[in-house]
Every structure is written in C-alpha cells, then in structure tokens.
Design a protein around this ligand. Sequence first.
Ligand code: ADP
Ligand code: MG
Ligand code: MG
Length: 206
Amino acid sequence: MNGAALADFVRRAAEVVTADADRLTRLDAAIGDGDHGLNLSRGFAAAVEALPEGAPPGKVLIAAGRAIVSKTGGASGPLYGTALRQAGKTMGDAEEVDAALLGAALRSALEAVQELGQAAEGDKTMVDALIPAVGAYQAALGRSESLAQCARAAAEGAEEGAEATVPMRARKGRASYLGERSTGHLDPGAASTVLVLHALAAVAAG
Ligand code: ADP
Ligand code: MG
Ligand code: MG
C-alpha cells in the first residue's frame, strides 16, 4: 500500500464510522455517555481534512492521528489518534507498505493504545478487539498470506474479539463505573475498531 492507499483507508474509515455513528452512540448510551459515534465521526472527519497530498504512508497516518487527537472528545480520541500516529511512525519513510510492515504497524498501534490507556485483555475495551486482530494478522502473515488476506484476517479477528466483550465486566473507561451492570453489552470502542479494520481490509483488497 502506498500513501494514496493509506489516505483512502482514512477516508473509508471516516465513511464507515459516520454511517454507523447512531449504532456506536446507542452502544455507548447503554454503558457510557452516548457520544462514541459523534466523537469518532468528528475525529475521522478532522483526519480526512488533515490528509497531506502526495505524502508517504507514515506521514499520512501521523497527520491523521494528530488531527484525531486534537479534534476528538472522549477517551477514544487520544487512543485512536495515538494508534494511528504510532502506526505511522512504525512505517517511517517507506513509500510502500508491505504485509510485514503493516503487521508491525498494527502491533505497535496496539502497544501504544495499551501504554496510554493501561487496559489489559478482558477489561472490555477496544484492546479486546485489537489483540485478536493483531494475532490473526500475524498468523496469516506466518502462512505467507497476502497483505489483503492478512488485513481481512485482522478485521475478522477484531470481530470475534468485539463479540467476546459482551459478557465482560468493564474495568476501564466510563463503563467501569457501572460495575456488574456493564455486562451483557458490546463495548462501543471494540465495535468501532471492527469498522476501522474492515475499512483497512476493504482498501487493501483494492
Ligand atoms: P468517553 O467514554 O470518554 O465518552 P468514547 O465514548 O468516545 O469516550 O469511547 C469509549 C470507548 O473507549 C470504550 O468503549 C472503550 O473501548 C474505549 N476506552 C475507554 N477507556 C479506555 C482505556 N483506558 N483503554 C482502552 N480503551 C478505552
Ligand atoms: Mg462515550
Ligand atoms: Mg464522552
């Protein structure tokens, strides 16, 4: 994937989170404060506005991440923004991202989210979608699958991880204030992570 493809990914992610903003907001209304759809659609719209012309992949993601951090409210803004920025840093000056580099970027994004938010697996957050996404990506990479196949595996891993948040009790973020009452609901940040990774898979598929 070149810089233009990564810019297409950011635009596609903006489209899908905006199209699903009402669902994300309903999920957040159940266990949080009902703003996740609005936060993310605003954040990704700002990322689209900030996309540089003709820049390499890393610069595209750093610009997008920076815009999300500065324009998105809530816990998710800094987390998503940091994830994209870190992925961009990992890509460095490469003009073309191959399957191995995209995998390294995805893994570093997960690590940055965990460092910033201090969420572990099972805390009912976007981390519970990202960990299986990274695992599935690396497994596909180990089978020498194409970048597009690895990205699809990541999106499917995220889907399974998000579903698994339903019975979890939240230990991070606003949902943790609900204690036991946070169980039985899909985590909104895990749900939006699925959307964003499907956007990546769709662009990778060409
Ligand atoms: P806020 O809760 O501040 O209103 P959002 O509604 O936009 O922010 O985002 C909520 C989502 O952010 C949660 O569903 C969860 O996935 C994620 N989240 C919250 N806190 C953390 C954290 N410490 N680490 C990782 N993800 C988190
Ligand atoms: Mg919220
Ligand atoms: Mg909020």
